[in-house]
Design a protein around this ligand. Structure first.
Ligand SMILES: [Mg+2]
Length: 169
């Protein structure tokens, strides 16, 4: 099967990943990137919107876990403890290691797993390599710093293809 870097679906932000959409996609395990996906990097604690979204996912029977490359394990740890969810830190995305660890931990197979993230070369590439659904969001709070601006410009064509494919379905 030819390898693809195109995400399966692109959304503006994580709140658009509704329990209804997850059910339709057959997702039981939702792996989430943290920075710029669920919160801007400058935000140290989960806000009420995130807590409510997480509650809705849980109520729908979806397990949510954080899969983060963040160098500071303290940030991920504090965030997840606060939310009461587990995480795989230093996941090394796009390595398959973290994705596999999360699926093994929960006993949920790849066909019922999705990855939600804002970066193509870590979140989406890792998802594609692991055979899980790749859901991509625009960076929450906007890209920060010159490197992230360039990166998000480079990601644009890939997201445009995914958006086009989705509307044609
Ligand atoms: Mg991110």
């Amino acid at each position: 099967m030819p390898f693809s870097l195109i995400p399966h679906r692109v959304l503006d932000r994580y709140t658009q990943v509704t329990p209804r959409l997850l059910e339709r996609l057959g997702v039981q395990l939702l792996l989430c990137d943290l920075d710029y996906t669920l919160a801007p990097k400058s935000v140290p604690r989960p806000d009420e919107t995130l807590r409510a979204w997480l509650r809705d996912c849980r109520d729908a029977g979806v397990t949510v876990m954080i899969l983060s490359n963040n160098r500071s394990s303290r940030r991920v740890e504090t965030f997840c403890r606060d939310l009461g969810i587990s995480y795989v830190g230093h996941a090394g995305k796009p390595s398959r290691r973290g994705y596999r660890a999360a699926m093994e931990q929960t006993g949920i197979p790849a066909e019922h797993t999705a990855m939600l993230g804002d970066k193509l070369l870590t979140d989406v590439l890792g998802a594609r390599r692991s055979g899980v659904l790749a859901l991509m969001v625009e960076p929450l709070g906007g890209p920060v710093g010159p490197w992230n601006h360039v990166l998000h410009l480079l990601q644009r064509p890939f997201k445009a293809v995914a958006r086009r494919r989705c509307t044609n379905q």
